[in-house]
Design a protein around this ligand. Structure first.
Ligand code: TYD
Length: 131
């Protein structure tokens, strides 16, 4: 198992559902940045990079997509298809998002600001760093 799927408690009642994400509580880091991806295409993957330091938590708040995580040795694909599940992507884990539903909204929580120097965008370079 490369990384863990986490199921969040749903605080639902007859008015609808509510999920709470809190830094250092059910999200295992201080949340410094949130971004979300939508308007994606089923046949157009995204991501395909790793981070030296940044940790991320991925939550599909609408629709579905698949995320493949790779530690340089093993790959595992996760189906994110409910708004109350999330996937932790640690630093030095290669991640790609694919098979987006048309209505997919993928929200990403990160423990740091956007820093291009923290990205590893070349897979061979990633393998050199992790091995
Ligand atoms: P990109 O890394 O290609 O997205 P993906 O995670 O799907 O691979 O990012 C698309 C553009 O957005 C790119 O020009 C970098 C910019 N960007 C920011 O400015 N801040 C951010 O927090 C992120 C994630 C991306």
């Amino acid at each position: 198992m490369i990384s863990k799927i986490k199921e969040f408690k749903v605080l639902g009642d007859n008015r609808g559902q509510l999920v709470v994400l809190e830094g250092n509580k059910n999200i295992p880091f201080d949340i410094k940045r949130v971004f979300y991806i939508y308007g994606t295409q089923p046949n157009t993957p995204r991501g395909s990079h790793s981070h030296y330091k940044t940790k991320q938590f991925l939550v599909v708040v609408n629709g579905s997509c698949k995320v493949t995580l790779d530690n340089g040795e093993n790959k595992e694909t996760f189906n994110l298809n409910k708004p109350n599940i999330g996937l932790f992507q640690d630093s030095l884990i290669w991640g790609s998002m694919h098979d987006f539903s048309e209505d997919c909204v993928l929200m990403v929580l990160a423990d740091d600001f956007y820093v291009e120097d923290d990205y590893i965008r070349d897979y061979n370079n990633f393998l050199e760093v992790v091995n």
